[in-house]
Design a protein around this ligand. Sequence first.
Ligand SMILES: [Zn+2]
Length: 392
Amino acid sequence: METELSLELIQKLPKTDLHVHLDGSLRLETVTDLACKQGVKLPTEDSEELFRLIYAGEVCNSLEDYLKAFDITLSVLQTEESLERTAFELAEDAWNEGVHHIEVRYAPMLHTRKGLRLTTVVEAVLRGLRMAKRMYGIRYGLILCGIRSMSTESSLRMAELCLAFKNRGVVGFDLAGSEVDNPAALHQKAFQLILSNNINCTAHAGEAYGPESIAQAIHKCGAHRIGHGTRLIENGDLLNYVNDHRIPLEVCPSSNIQTKAAATWEAHPIDFFVDYGLRVTINTDNRLITDTTVSKELWLCHKHYGWSLDQIKEILIAGFKSAFISYREKADLLKEITAELGKFQVPNDAEVWQAGPDRHLNAPPVQVSDAGCATAAPQPAPDPVPVTDIIR
Ligand SMILES: [Zn+2]
C-alpha cells in the first residue's frame, strides 16, 4: 500500500498547467462583479445558482452541453479590463497552488462582440499575465485557439495573430470546440501557416471523437501535443506512434468525466497511459466550469489509481518537458524543478505508521521535508537532470 498523500502536499510541488481555457477559468465572484460593472444580465443573481449553471459536474450530458457554460463567462469577457483582470487572476490562482508555468488558451475572436479589435484582445490578456509574472514570478505562455465549428477563415485569422505575437507572449496555436462533424483537417490551412512559421501547435482530439481524430490532428495538422487524447486507447498502433514520438497528451481527467469522454475514473485510460510510458501531463481544462486545480486533479489520480509521490513527480517533470518553451531554457528549468522536487520525500518509516489503523488515523498524511526548514533532516542533493533526458 502506498503512503496516502494529502492535497496540501501536492499543492506545494512545482507544477505546470498546459491546458487551461481563460474563459472557463474565471473566479465565480469575478463573473458576478464584472456583470455588475458592465451592466450584463446574468441568468441568475444568486451566486450558488450561478455556480450550478456554470459547473458542468452533475448536469452535463456531453461535450456540447459542457460548452454551453461558456455563454455565461463570455458575456462578461468583452472588454479590455475584464480580459486583463481574469488573465491576471487565473495566473495568480495557479501560482497559489504551485503552478510555475502556465499556458493559457482562448479564442480571441469570441471576445469581439462589443467591438474590441483582435490585437487588443490579445494584448489585454498578455498584460494580465505579465503582471502576474512580475508579481509572483510565474512563467506563462499564451495559446490562441481556432474553433472547429467556426469557419476555416476564422481559424486562419487566429493563426495570423499567432504569427504577429510570436516571441511576444504567444507560444502556440490550438484547435478547440466540438469534434463531432468538425474534422481538424478542415482547418489545415491555419495549421500550415503555423507550421511554416515554426510555431508550436496542439489540438483538442480524441475527446468526443475516436482515434481517427487524433491521427488527423497529428498527421494532417502536425499537432505537437494532443489535447485530451482519451480515445487513443482504442487504437494500439496509433498509441505506439504517439508514445514512440513522445507526443505529449494534455490530459484533463475531471473534465473528461464531465463530458463523458470517459464514463468513470476507473474507465479512464490515463492510468494505463502512464503505466505504458506515454508522455502524460495533467491539466485543469476549465478551473471554474470543472471546479478544479492541477493539484486536485493529481490528488484525485492518487486517490483513484494509487499514484505514488515518485509517479506524481515524474508526471510533473513530463509537464515541464512538454511545455512550449525553447530547448535550452527548458533544460535549465528542468534542473531547477528536479532540485525542487527532490526536497519532497515520503518518509522511510511509512510502513511504520501504516502498521495499525489507530496510528494511521492519528498520523499526518505525509511528512514533508522542506530544505528551508531548520528542523528538517538534511536531504541528499538531488541528481541533476541530464540534458539528454529531456527528449524522453
Ligand atoms: Zn480544452
